[in-house]
Design a protein around this ligand. Structure first.
Ligand code: G3I
Length: 368
């Protein structure tokens, strides 16, 4: 074959490949040794439910092969009033993700936030009885897990039950049932769907003390012969902290307990911190201009470069542990929809994700 013939053969092959797989079939996900996930916002789910075709949904389909609802499958939206379940938005989302072949995770069965008041309290506002809470937990968890059976691969069964100092969070669940509320939640979920993956999920895994307590939960459940598939490390981090090593230690610790790990809610804030590292949603700090240095949506190139390098370093670490990492999920598609724009200072402009405000993949994502 001469040079001209071989070029035309190559061109024909390229055209055939493009026709077979679609012009937009390759994206970030195709370069990863684990699933690459994204949290889908309420606004995006609303577009899905209304059959709208948007740039955001196209970007998700092309670049990610795992999804989770950022808010739509929490207790408050699913059961706002006791006994009244509303699955419409979540159903539209799950049907769409299944149709598009993405691993769909459920977030979350038990969390102290976005929890309707009736769940843990009586009419008088006081904590409900142990029996009442167990009854409500069983009903919520079994109804929800059964509803999505076969359509979601797994659930965050319990979210954020441990504090940074390694103690149990004094949530209503804990106050009423003690640490065993976690065991009951895993039990109810497993009874509803024995095939479903069951995960514990938390932030702040730079804390060795927190990780020790999480590891002890894994051991406790396993010693009772119960199912727990993995520990989710949310990974809400900053451009300058914590160290990668602290998270690598966490991964090694959990893997040594015989479970998988997942990076479940990654984002990297570039804004100045006045409060330390936390994802505790009740934290609030008053707005000050110096806390919002780039309000017009343009991140200086040197800061964007630093952000890209930080993402790349973390992904290199994730790749080293690819055999134990189920998925790496970012907490939102584009900078404009990140929860960090309003946390813990409302009205800021942060740049924590992989897609810009004008819906372009950041150029450094190629190096992840
Ligand atoms: O749904 C109501 C809506 O009815 C109301 O009109 C509107 C007015 O404020 O609020 C809506 O609820 C908001 C909800 O997001 C949906 O948009 C809540 O106020 C707001 O607090 C809530 O924030 C979410 C937060 O969890 C609390 O649930 C963030 O978007 C979400 O990114 C964040 O995600 C959490 C993970 O679930 C767990 N790990 C930490 C992570 C970050 O905090």
């Amino acid at each position: 074959m001469n040079k001209k013939q071989s070029i035309s053969t190559l061109t024909a092959l390229a055209v055939a490949t493009t026709m077979a797989f679609g012009a937009n079939s390759t994206g970030l996900k195709d370069n990863m040794p684990f699933k690459l996930g994204v949290a889908v916002s309420n606004a995006q789910i609303n577009d899905i439910a209304n059959g709208r075709k948007t740039q955001a949904l196209d970007l998700i389909k092309r670049n990610f092969n795992q999804v989770v609802a950022e808010n739509a499958m929490k207790d408050q939206p699913l059961q706002p009033i006791e006994g009244h379940f509303d699955f419409d938005a979540a159903d539209a989302f799950v049907d769409w993700s299944n149709k598009n072949g993405m691993k769909t995770m459920g977030h979350v069965l038990l969390w102290h936030s976005q929890l309707p008041g009736w769940f843990t309290r009586g009419d008088n506002g006081e904590l409900c009885s142990r029996e009442k809470l167990l009854d409500r937990m069983e009903n919520h968890i079994k109804t929800v897990v059964t509803h999505f059976k076969g359509r979601v691969a797994g659930w965050d069964v319990v979210n954020e039950a441990v504090e940074g100092d390694g103690s149990y969070r004094r949530s209503d669940f804990y106050k009423i049932l003690g640490e065993e509320f976690i065991d009951y939640a895993f039990k109810f979920a497993h009874e509803a769907d024995p095939d479903c993956e069951l995960w514990y999920n938390d932030y702040g895994n730079e804390s060795a003390k927190k990780n020790e307590t999480i590891a002890s939960i894994v051991r406790r459940l396993k010693s009772k012969g119960m199912r727990i598939d993995g520990v989710g490390l949310q990974t809400h981090i900053r451009i300058d902290s914590p160290s990668i090593e602290s998270y690598e230690n966490a991964i090694n610790l959990f893997v040594a307990e015989g479970v998988k790990v997942a990076i479940t809610e990654m984002d990297i804030s570039v804004l100045p911190s006045a409060w330390g590292l936390t994802a505790e949603v009740s934290t609030k700090v008053e707005y000050r201009e110096k806390l919002n240095p780039w309000p017009d949506g343009n991140l200086p190139p040197e800061v964007d470069k630093q952000l890209g390098e930080r993402y790349a370093e973390w992904f290199r670490m994730f790749r080293r542990h690819a055999a134990s990492i189920d998925r790496v999920t970012v907490w939102g598609l584009s900078d404009s929809s990140s929860w960090l724009n309003d946390f813990p200072v409302p009205g800021r402009t942060d740049y924590p994700l992989l897609v810009t405000r004008d819906m372009k993949l950041k150029p450094w994502t190629k190096s992840l």
